[in-house]
Design a protein around this ligand. Structure first.
Ligand code: AMP
Ligand code: MG
Length: 425
C-alpha cells in the first residue's frame, strides 16, 4: 500500500489521468441538455431563409418616403397584406405599399419597412384589416433603405458550421441545433456512477430509527452531486463492515462507469474497505493536503466485461465526503462526459470572520457569499467540524485558506469556490 500526503492538484491530476471520456451516443435533441457535442454540426439551411421584416408595418420603396413628415405624409397605395409564413406574390411598383407582419418576407420591389407607429394607421387593427379597410396609408417619416429589414442568412448561411464538437449543449445551443432542423445529435454519453455507503452504524431511510445508529446521508448528498454534475447515479445502498457484504455490494456496481464509495478509508479505521479494495482491485490510499477530507482512496476494479472501473473512495464524514466529491468526483464526471473544463467559478471575496488554519493543509471553509455595493463578502456558516452537515446546507461557497496561511483575518481577501449563486440578502 502506498500512502503519501499529496496536494489537491496532484490528487486531481492522478484521477483525471486514469479516466477517459465515454463513447458518443446519438439521441433526440430534447434529451441532450448539458451533454457535450461529439460531432461538428453544419447547417443545411440559410436562416432566415429570406429577407423579412422585424416590425409590423408597411413594406415600401424607401425612395417613395423621401421628405415625408407627420405634417405632410406621403400617401402610398396599399396593394396587399402578408403575414409570417406566407409570401406576397406581386411586385411593389413605385407609390405602393404592402401591409406586413413581423417575420413575413419582404415583397419583391420593397426595400424598407415603415412601422405602423410611423404611419397614419390607427392602432389596434388586426391582420386581415386590409381587406375591409382603406386602400391608402400616409407615411410620417423618411425610411432609409434596409430599415427594419432582417437580411436572409444574417443568422446562418447554408453550409456553414454552427457548432463544433466539444460544445456543451445549453439552452442557446439546443435552440441553434433546432433552428437548423437537427433532430438527433451525437453527444458523449453521461456516466453511470455507482454510489455505495459503508458502515455498520448506517441506516437506510426505509429503516426505523435505532438508538446509536445514524441515517446514511452521504448517499443522498453524493447522488445529488452526481446528478448535478451530469452523471446518472446508481444507488447500491449500504454495505456492512464485512468483507462479504462489501464485496457483494460492490459487484452490483461493476456495470457502471465510475464507482464512488464513502467511509472506511481513514487510517485506524476498521479496515474492511481497505482489505476489499486491495484484494479486488488496484488501489492507492492518499492523504490529501486539504481539510475537510484528508483520506481518499483511488483505484480501479476489474469488471466481468474486462473494463477497469475507476473507483473513488471518499471519506465518511458527511462534509468531507461532499467536499472531496466536489473537488475530485465532479471533475471525473465532467471528463467522462467529454467536458474539458471543470473549474467552478471562483470569486475574490472579503472574509468577514476570522478563518483559522492551523495544520498546514488547504482549508475549505463553508461560507455564504453575499454581494453588497458591487463587492463580495464571505461569512462562515457555522461550525467547521467535518461532521456538521447543516453548515454545508447554509453555504453557497467554500472559502479557500491556502496551505501556508495560518489564518485569514476579518477584512482580508480570499478566493471563494462558488457552489451556488451569490445572494443579495
Ligand atoms: P469512517 O470513514 O468509516 O471512519 O467514517 C467517518 C465518520 O463518518 C463516522 O463518524 C461515520 O459514522 C460517518 N459516516 C460514514 N458514512 C456515513 C454516511 N453514509 N452518512 C453519514 N455519516 C457517515
Ligand atoms: Mg466506517
Amino acid at each position: 500500500m502506498n500512502e503519501a500526503m499529496i496536494s489537491v492538484e496532484e490528487a486531481r491530476a492522478r484521477i483525471l489521468d486514469a479516466i477517459s471520456r465515454l463513447p458518443p451516443e446519438t439521441k433526440p435533441l430534447e434529451d441532450a441538455l448539458g451533454q457535450v457535442l461529439a460531432e461538428d454540426v453544419s447547417s443545411p439551411l440559410t436562416i432566415p431563409p429570406r429577407d423579412n421584416t422585424s416590425m409590423d408595418g408597411y413594406a415600401v420603396r424607401a425612395a417613395d418616403t423621401e421628405d415625408s413628415s407627420q405634417a405632410s405624409p406621403r400617401e402610398l397605395r396599399v396593394i396587399g397584406e402578408v403575414a409570417a409564413g406566407y409570401t406576397y406574390d406581386g411586385e411593389l411598383q413605385p407609390g405602393s405599399a404592402v401591409r406586413i407582419m413581423t417575420g413575413a418576407p419582404i415583397p419583391a420591389g420593397a426595400d424598407a419597412v415603415v412601422p405602423f407607429e410611423e404611419t397614419d394607421e390607427e392602432p389596434g387593427r388586426a391582420f386581415g384589416a386590409f381587406a375591409k379597410g382603406r386602400d391608402h396609408v400616409g407615411v410620417f417619416k423618411t425610411a432609409r433603405p434596409g430599415a427594419n429589414v432582417r437580411r436572409a442568412g444574417e443568422d446562418v448561411q447554408a453550409g456553414s458550421l454552427v457548432l463544433s464538437a466539444g460544445a456543451q449543449l445549453g439552452a442557446a445551443q439546443l435552440g441553434v441545433l433546432a433552428s437548423v432542423g437537427k433532430r438527433t445529435v451525437s453527444v458523449y454519453r453521461r456516466p453511470i456512477v455507482a454510489v455505495l455507503s459503508t458502515g455498520d452504524e448506517l441506516l437506510g431511510l426505509d429503516q426505523p430509527y435505532e438508538h446509536g445508529k445514524i441515517y446514511d446521508s452521504n448517499a443522498a448528498s453524493i447522488a445529488a452531486l452526481i446528478s448535478e454534475a451530469g452523471g446518472i447515479p446508481l444507488r447500491l445502498g449500504i454495505a456492512r463492515d464485512t468483507v462479504e457484504d462489501l464485496t457483494a455490494k460492490l459487484r452490483h456496481g461493476l456495470g457502471a462507469d465510475l464507482l464512488v464509495t464513502s467511509a472506511g478509508v481513514s487510517r485506524g479505521d476498521y479496515d474492511v474497505v481497505k482489505d476489499v479494495l486491495e484484494r479486488e482491485g488496484e488501489v492507492d490510499f492518499w492523504t490529501v493536503r486539504m481539510r475537510p477530507g484528508k483520506p481518499l482512496a483511488f483505484g480501479a476494479f476489474p469488471a466481468p466485461d474486462g473494463r477497469r472501473v475507476p473507483h473513488i473512495g471518499l471519506p465518511g464524514n458527511p462534509v468531507s465526503s461532499m467536499v472531496t466529491f466536489e473537488l475530485f468526483g465532479r471533475a471525473a464526471i465532467f471528463k467522462l462526459m467529454g467536458k474539458t473544463s471543470w473549474e467552478r467559478q471562483t470569486l475574490r471575496v472579503t472574509v468577514e470572520d476570522r478563518v483559522v488554519n492551523d495544520d498546514g493543509r488547504r482549508f475549505l471553509a463553508r461560507a455564504i457569499v453575499r454581494q453588497r455595493d458591487g463587492r463580495y463578502f464571505a461569512s462562515l456558516t457555522g461550525s467547521q467540524s467535518s461532521g456538521v452537515l447543516t453548515s454545508m446546507a447554509l453555504a453557497n461557497a467554500l472559502v479557500v485558506c491556502p496551505e501556508d496561511v495560518p489564518a485569514l483575518e476579518s477584512g482580508q481577501e480570499a478566493d471563494a469556490i462558488m457552489l451556488g449563486p451569490v445572494t443579495n440578502d
